[in-house]
Design a protein. Structure first.
Length: 260
């Protein structure tokens, strides 16, 4: 159960959201909140908050993503995760990534510093007091920066149903992995805010103990200039899970809602 919620929190904080390069999709102050259900349980919440900052005198965007179990679900297990990313305001390249997690007593405290002059990323494990260099290239993204990079750099008017988007990410000491996202078309969803026209995607995930099949996950994002996640559904090895947008603030563009 803990692995299921952890995986979905991870995906909510990291899933790419496709945008159009001709207009800005976000601005500092953007805040998103998601409510996650596992069966009848209101299992957890996840939030993402974007601000302006500086890192070593370089102007950057700073994103903090948090995921926590709440209520009845927290009686059985506790998840308290924080992910942070500092990335370039113009090009979207990540400069620093932070992952601090506590999942039922299993903890990690990791920082990644990206050095594009040396084509390496320094992974610092604060818990174990170790460091290692990982080879990278200048198109790499971390889990959080990838969302904002894709919102600003892809134009879906050029996409066809069934087409894939590929992106290299660096997340942990496993090194660089290839993330794939399949475009499925458009769909209108009923939400707490009203009807929302969405773009539908299928991120390819690893089948096994958590997900039933490689194509067990579906993502819907708003078909407006914001391209924010509206819903995530997952067919799991045991049961199913759904996450919905529960709150938002500070959007760059108008949230497009279809009135009845």
């Amino acid at each position: 159960m803990k692995k299921i919620l952890t995986s979905v929190l991870f995906l909510l904080l990291a899933l790419p959201m496709l945008g159009q390069s001709s207009r800005a999709a976000f601005k500092p102050g953007e805040w998103l909140k998601f409510r996650i259900h596992y069966g009848f349980l209101n299992a957890s919440y996840a939030t993402m908050h974007l601000t302006s900052d500086t890192l070593d005198e370089t102007p950057v965007y700073h994103v903090v993503g948090k995921g926590k179990t709440t209520g009845f679900a927290s009686i059985f297990f506790k998840v308290d995760d924080t992910y942070e990313s500092y990335f370039d305001r113009e090009h979207g390249k990540p400069y620093k990534f932070i992952r601090k997690i506590d999942e039922g007593g299993y903890t990690k405290d990791i920082e990644i510093e990206f050095d594009y002059k040396k084509d390496t990323a320094l992974l610092i494990d604060n818990k174990n007091g170790t460091q290692q260099d990982i080879p990278i290239h200048d198109q790499i993204q971390d889990l959080i920066s990838a969302s904002y990079f894709l919102r600003s750099n892809y134009n879906l008017q050029e996409f066809e149903i069934g087409e894939f988007i590929n992106l290299d990410m660096l997340f942990d000491d496993d090194g660089v992995f290839k993330f794939q996202l399949k475009y499925l078309g458009k769909e209108i969803l009923r939400t707490k805010f009203g009807k929302v026209e969405c773009l539908k995607f299928r991120p390819l995930v690893q089948s096994g103990r958590v997900f039933k099949e490689k194509e067990s996950l579906t993502l819907w994002v708003s078909n407006d200039w914001n391209k924010i996640p509206i819903r995530v559904k997952a067919d799991l090895a045991v049961g199913s899970l759904k996450a919905d947008l529960d709150g938002y603030n500070g959007l760059k563009n108008q949230f497009k809602i279809i009135m009845n």
